[in-house]
Each structure stands twice: as structure tokens, then as C-alpha cells.
Design a protein around this ligand. Structure first.
Ligand code: BGC
Length: 767
């Protein structure tokens, strides 16, 4: 055993010697180690993600799958030496990252991280990949991954089943590529819509975001990968992300971002939660005992492990006692320094046991011990099918003057297709979420389209080809939109004009504003002036301002549309699919209406954005954002401030129409029952939304989304649905008593097609 421990230790010392991690000063004697009762295998296998025999026998009772993850984790924990425990608590580098390279980095499988397992006991290591909207790094590894629509797109489906399919595709592709842990599951709220990661998150409402991401991660983990929910918490902007102090009241965060996390975690039961880079009320999120210990672990009873965002660990004792279980991707604080702190009595062994037990629990819970991944060819067809289905449910029809859509070929003989590289592809979101497009970036010459950090990447999903395939007898001509006179000329000579407009987002930077970049507003204005039948297709990661809205006939929001986005879009444009998505984020009229006019600029030397080192020993910064709006995120803010948005949260049109009637509220069952009828001539799906306002006397003047349902209806048909009113979203958080209250009184219940249109009202009585 000592030999193995020494071998781990010598690797760490080697790393320290070459300057990768800070040098340990501790002796290697195993004073605090628990002697193992199973004879150790002293030879180091090359890859601890492939454990010894996964069979249970009398020497390995923890391999019995009929025991609970708790029982199995307890049994293993008793066998571990201190060094084996500590090995579970830190990463070993990241692929293609010289700054984050360690002796075992070649075991990361080309991914984001690797944690040693305990092969002598059959415990696999963690082989970790980013996987926000698909598995990352496939290009550099010679693999293929499906790109699902962005998370914000998927949230616009309001469809837990689509979210589940989304997660299952990612989970199965992770396994086929040899990974057993995901880094997906972003659920921070769109408090700041200019946040460059808005596309990775699921919008502005805690119930919707928590439900979508919770179902996504539940089904991803069900594929037997360690599931993750991130970035905990209040990781609501990228500017100064490595040190920004998010200042927010406890009530404000509990009733907004933390509620979204709680809902997602309670649905997904993830093995892991990633703490974020930023600080929250002064303490870094990864050493914030309020967030990690008090709320996540004690109040919510989270039993899995907390891992830091990459380079987001800042201390040993403080982080360990606050509840950080695993440092990523290095061993700067949770390797030799942690061992030293234990030996010196500064970190109690009980804390190490708790951290290690949580990692083991997560491994058993997720199924990676009993069912390790097997490399294989990803199911490409299945991925494309699900990506298309999710996108078809997620596209939001925002404007449709005089039914300009769907396109009727008998009336539309020519279409001007303009801008957005729509001849070759559709844009995708950047940063660690980036999925690599097959064949490279579609807007670059073949072979030149390698993806690199913060490059604008177009998938080879050509809307032009997809629409031509649907409308073989219609003349569809493309103009790149770089010369607006030429684009307007084509539009003038066509029956219909479709302008493709993009807004690119990425981790590591925020948007300066919500306007379309690259003169696209002017292009749209000019095309709309040339042809009254102009439709704008948006490929955006967040809300977009539309100074031209009154001049165009139609607007379709396609988000970052994923690997089959072109096909889904073509189906919507021709009406083979009736759009049903609704906004998971408010589109304001202008930035003037946001809670914050601008994102405060970070101090010049400390921007901490883009590729700037996230782990730099930056001097302490007093860079802070005051989130005084508290829980008034998104539509709640606009309602409180009496600001009418361009398009409200929950808004989306259909090619048919729906009528709502006959609301009855059952106060004891906490349900709303009502009837929705398809009053048009096409089959369609309506997302019915149930909102509540707190009883008279409360200090707030906004609605809270309390439930929703997707209802598919044939023309003329109606359905009576019963929607549960989720009591968690009706409660208020008393920060003095650290307690949730469900105030007695009469809650107004509002039901309708969007937060801005609720024709049915009723009351819910709480005694
Ligand atoms: C991101 C995480 C990501 C990690 C590993 C960080 O920069 O914030 O979301 O999972 O890198 O790539």
C-alpha cells in the first residue's frame, strides 16, 4: 500500500517540481491512513477508469448492486487509505491545456478531466467531458458528437420529455466516446440577458429552468454517466467571472437562482454539482459555506459531491470545511496541501471521509461502477432524429402578420434567402459548450475549419438546401447580405424575403448589448423596405432587440439550432410542423428596460475573460455587481417596474389559435383545471401557463409561474387539463429565520398563453 501511495505522491512531487502544482511540504508517512483489509495491488494500472473485476464476492461486498449507493459507499470507504481518499478529491489535468497538465493527464481521454479511481477495489476513475449541448472536443479526438439545440432553445419547448431525450442522447454519446462523467446541466437564471452563457442556461424562471434541466440531467445520468448540475451559484455574467462578487440578499437568491437549482437537483438527483467561479456575497462560490454546506448539503440534503469549476478552487482548509469535495482540474489545493493539512490537524479526517464518501456515493448512484462505458460508434441517426425533434418543439414564432407563414407554394413562387451564411449552415454557441461540426466550420474552406476557442462556428446545416428540398418548384436564391443594396434588389424581385440573422455568444465574454451585430439591423430594414413580405429568422443565444419589428411580416426564433436545425426550421417554415415553442426569456424593447443599464466593466488588468488564465493569482478585487433586483428576474422585473417588453416570457404563436375557458382551482389539491380548445384549422400544440400572485399584503407585484402543460389538439378539439400548482414557487424566504413560508390567504391564479396574456383567473386559498 505504502508503495502505491508513494507512487501517487512521487507523481505529485514531480508535478510540483516542474511547477505544475505548488510544492508539498508534508512528509509522506501514512499516519492517518486506515489500513486496508483487502490486499492491495501495488502495480499501477495505466487507467484507473477501468477497474478490476466489477463482480461482488465476499471480499468485495460493495459490488453487490442490490445494496444502496449509501451502503456501498460506506463499505468502500472503510477500505481506503488516506491517500486513496485524497486521490478521489482532485483532478489530474485537462486535455490540450499546457497550463493544466499533470502526470496522469493522458488519461483524460481527450476530455476535461480525470480523477483516479481505486482499481484494487473495483472503483473506476472519473473520465470527464464537457457536454452542454453535446459532447465537446470531438474534433480534436477524431470523433463525432451530435449538437442538440442550445439549452435556452430546449427550455423554449417547455417539454420535460424533449429534455429527457436531449439528456439521453448526450449520455449515450459520452459513453460511446469513453467518458463516464458529464459537465452539463447549466441552470443559472437569465438574470443578466447579456451574459455570454445565456444559451447554456434554461431561461429566467426557476420552475421552468429547474424542470427542463432537471429532466435533461435525470435522463443523461440514467445512461450511467455521473450527472452534473452547474454553475452553483449566481454565475449570471462572464465579465470578471473569476473574481466578480455577486451581491444579493439571501431572500433574493433563494427565490430565484437557488430555487432553480433546488428544483433541478430534486428532479435529476445528480451525483455531482459544480460550484462556480464567481464570489457570492464576498466568498468564492467554491468556498462558500452558506451555498455549499448550509443550503446545498444541509437544507436540500444533496448527497453527491461538489466539484469546483476549472481553476475555481482558492483554498484548502476554507474550501474543504465549506463543503467543496473535489478540486478541478488540478491538485493545487486538494492534493499534497490537503494531505499536509490533515496531518497537521487543520482539516479533520471526518471531513476527508465525507468528501471521499460523496464521490463514491456518486459513482454508485450513477451506475458507472456496475456499468462502465464501452467505446463504440455513436448512434448518429438517433442523435440527428432527437436534435430535430427537440428543435421542432423549441422554435418560437414571434410574429406572423397576415399569416405570412407557413409558406404556401401555390402563392409563393420565388424567395430571396438573405444573410447569416444560410446557404451553408447555422451558427452555434462557443466556449466549453462548443460541439465540433462534422467537416469543420461550414463558413470556412474545407479542411480549414478547425474549431478553436471563441471562434464563430457554423454547423454544415444549410437552411437553403433544406428549404429547397421542401419547395422543389419554388425559386429560392441566396444573397449573402454583405451588400444590402444587392440583398434589397433580390428581395424586391421575389415574392417573399427571408433574412437570417445571427447573434453569437460564448463563455468568457458577455454581449455589449442585445442588438444584432454586424449591421444586420440595417440589412433587415433595407430588405423589409424592399419587400413587405419579409421574415426574419433569428439564430440567437439570448434575447434580441428588434428596432425593425414593425416593418417585417414575420419573426421566427430558431436559437442555436443544433445538428438538424435546418430540417426543423424548414418544416416549420412550410407548415409541416406547427410551431409550439414559447420564450423562456423575455425579449425587452431595449437595454434601458433591464435591471442594469450596463454590466459594470471589470478592472482593466483583471478582466478574467476569454482565454485569460482563470487561475491567475489576481490580487483581491472589489469588483462587484449588486443584484438589487433580487428575485425579480426577467418577467418578474418587467411586471414590477410596469415595463412592457417587446415579447413577454412565455410568448409564442402558432399557425392555429387556441381558446381558454372554465378555470376551477382546487385549493386542497393545489391544482388548476381548465379547458383549452383549438379554434383554428390546423393541428397544434399549446403550452398553457399557470401563474400565481401572492395574497394581498405581500410586498411584491409580479406573477410567479406555478405550473404549465403542453397540450396537443386537433382542429376544433378541446381538452380539459389539470395542472399542479407547485407550492415551492409560492413560498417566500424569511432570511432572518432562515425559513420558507407559505403565507395563508388568497392567491390569485392566472391562466393563459403567456405571462403577458392570462385570460382566466381564479383563487387558491391557503389556510
Ligand atoms: C467552464 C465550465 C466547464 C469547465 C471545463 C470552465 O471554464 O466554466 O463550464 O465545464 O471549464 O471545461
Amino acid at each position: 500500500m505504502l508503495k502505491r501511495a508513494l507512487s501517487t505522491y512521487s507523481l505529485l512531487l514531480f508535478a510540483a517540481a516542474i511547477g505544475i502544482i505548488s510544492a508539498p511540504t508534508v512528509a509522506v508517512a501514512q499516519t492517518a491512513a486506515t489500513p486496508p483489509s483487502v490486499a492491495p495491488d501495488t502495480s499501477r494500472p495505466p487507467d484507473t477508469s477501468r477497474p478490476d473485476s466489477p463482480r461482488a464476492d465476499s471480499a468485495r461486498p460493495w459490488m453487490n448492486p442490490s445494496l444502496s449507493p449509501d451502503e456501498r459507499a460506506d463499505l468502500v470507504l472503510k477500505q481506503l487509505t488516506l491517500d486513496e481518499k485524497i486521490a478521489l478529491l482532485h483532478g489530474n489535468g485537462m486535455a490540450r491545456s499546457p497550463r493544466w497538465t499533470m502526470p496522469l493527464t493522458d488519461l483524460v481521454n481527450g476530455g476535461a478531466g480525470y480523477v483516479e479511481g481505486v482499481p484494487r477495489l473495483g472503483i473506476p476513475g472519473l473520465v470527464i467531458s464537457d457536454a452542454a449541448y453535446g459532447v465537446r472536443d470531438s474534433g480534436a479526438n477524431g470523433r463525432y458528437s451530435t449538437a442538440l439545440p442550445s439549452s435556452l432553445g430546449a427550455a423554449s419547448s417547455w417539454d420535460p420529455e424533449s429534455a429527457c431525450e436531449y439528456g439521453a442522447v448526450i449520455g449515450s454519446e459520452l459513453r460511446a466516446q469513453g467518458f463516464n462523467m458529464t459537465l452539463g446541466g447549466g441552470v443559472d437564471l437569465a438574470r443578466e440577458p447579456r451574459n455570454g452563457r445565456t444559451f447554456e442556461y434554461a431561461g429566467e424562471d426557476p420552475l421552468l429552468a429547474g424542470t427542463i434541466v432537471g429532466n435533461l440531467m435525470k435522463c443523461e445520468q440514467a445512461q450511467h454517466v455521473v450527472g452534473d448540475i452547474k454553475h452553483y451559484a449566481i454565475n449570471d455574467q462572464e465579465t470578471g467571472r473569476n473574481f466578480v462578487n455577486a451581491v444579493i440578499s439571501k431572500r433574493g437568491m433563494q427565490e430565484s437562482d437557488l430555487l432553480a437549482f433546488h428544483i433541478a437537483i430534486s428532479i435529476a438527483n445528480p451525483a455531482a454539482v459544480m460550484c462556480s467561479y464567481n464570489r457570492v456575497n464576498s466568498d468564492y462560490a467554491c468556498e462558500n459555506s452558506y451555498l455549499l454546506r448550509d443550503v446545498l448539503k444541509n437544507d436540500w440534503g444533496f448527497k453527491g459531491f461538489v466539484l469546483s469549476d476549472w481553476g475555481g478552487t482558492h483554498s484548502t482548509e476554507k474550501a474543504s470545511s465549506a463543503g467543496l469535495d473535489q478540486e478541478q482540474p488540478m491538485a493545487r489545493y486538494f492534493g499534497p496541501k490537503l494531505r499536509e493539512a490533515v496531518d497537521a490537524g487543520r482539516v479533520p479526517l471526518s471531513e476527508i471521509d465525507d468528501h471521499a464518501r460523496r464521490v463514491l456515493y456518486g459513482e454508485f448512484l450513477s451506475g458507472i461502477v456496475d456499468d462502465p462505458p464501452k467505446k463504440g460508434v455513436v448512434d448518429v441517426e438517433k442523435g440527428l432524429e432527437v436534435a430535430q425533434h427537440v428543435e421542432e418543439n423549441s422554435i418560437v414564432l414571434l410574429k406572423n402578420r397576415q399569416s405570412v407563414l407557413p409558406i404556401v407554394p401555390a402563392r409563393v413562387h420565388s424567395i430571396a434567402f438573405i444573410g447569416g451564411h444560410a446557404d451553408v449552415g447555422m451558427i452555434s454557441g462557443g466556449g466549453s459548450a462548443q460541439v465540433d461540426p462534422p467537416g469543420g466550420n461550414a463558413i470556412m474552406p474545407p479542411g480549414k475549419g478547425a474549431t478553436s476557442w471563441q471562434q464563430h462556428i457554423w454547423f454544415p446545416t444549410s437552411p437553403l438546401q433544406a428549404l429547397r428540398a421542401k419547395l422543389p418548384n419554388t425559386k429560392i436564391e441566396f444573397d449573402p447580405g454583405t451588400d444590402s443594396d444587392s440583398a434589397a434588389k433580390l428581395a424586391r424581385n421575389s415574392d417573399l424575403a427571408i433574412v437570417f440573422a445571427w447573434q453569437w455568444e460564448s463563455e468568457g465574454m458577455d454581449l455589449p448589448n442585445l442588438a444584432l451585430p454586424d449591421n444586420q439591423d440595417a440589412l433587415i430594414e433595407q430588405v423589409a423596405a424592399a419587400n413587405p413580405h419579409t421574415i426574419v429568422v433569428l439564430e440567437s443565444g439570448t434575447a434580441v432587440t428588434m428596432p425593425w419589428i414593425d416593418k417585417v411580416a414575420g419573426v421566427v426564433e430558431a436559437w442555436y439550432a443544433g445538428s438538424s436545425g435546418h430540417k426543423a426550421l424548414a418544416n416549420v417554415l412550410v407548415g409541416e410542423v406547427n410551431p409550439s415553442g414559447k420564450l423562456a426569456i423575455t425579449f425587452p424593447k431595449s437595454e434601458q428596460d433591464l435591471p442594469h443599464l450596463v454590466i459594470p466593466p471589470a478592472p482593466p488588468r483583471l478582466r478574467g475573460q476569454g482565454s485569460a488564465p482563470v487561475n491567475a493569482d489576481a490580487p483581491p478585487s472589489n469588483y462587484a455587481v449588486q443584484y438589487d433586483e433580487g428575485a425579480e428576474v426577467g418577467y418578474k422585473w418587467y411586471q414590477s417596474e410596469h415595463k412592457t417588453p417587446l415579447f413577454p416570457f412565455g410568448f409564442g404563436l402558432s399557425y392555429t389559435t387556441f381558446a381558454y375557458s372554465a378555470l376551477s382551482v382546487d385549493s386542497s389539491a393545489k391544482t388548476a383545471r381548465f379547458t383549452v380548445r383549438n379554434t383554428g384549422t390546423r393541428a397544434g400544440t399549446e403550452i398553457a401557463e399557470v401563474y400565481a400572485t401572492l395574497p394581498r399584503g405581500s410586498d411584491e407585484s409580479f406573477q410567479r409561474l406555478a405550473g404549465f402543460a403542453r397540450i396537443a389538439l386537433a382542429p376544433g378539439k378541446s381538452q380539459t387539463v389539470t395542472v399542479s400548482i407547485d407550492p415551492r414557487v409560492l413560498q417566500t424566504y424569511d432570511e432572518t429565520a432562515a425559513h420558507w413560508n407559505l403565507a395563508p390567504g388568497s392567491y390569485q391564479i392566472l391562466v393563459g398563453p403567456s405571462s403577458g396574456n392570462t385570460p382566466l383567473t381564479g383563487s387558491l386559498l391557503i389556510h
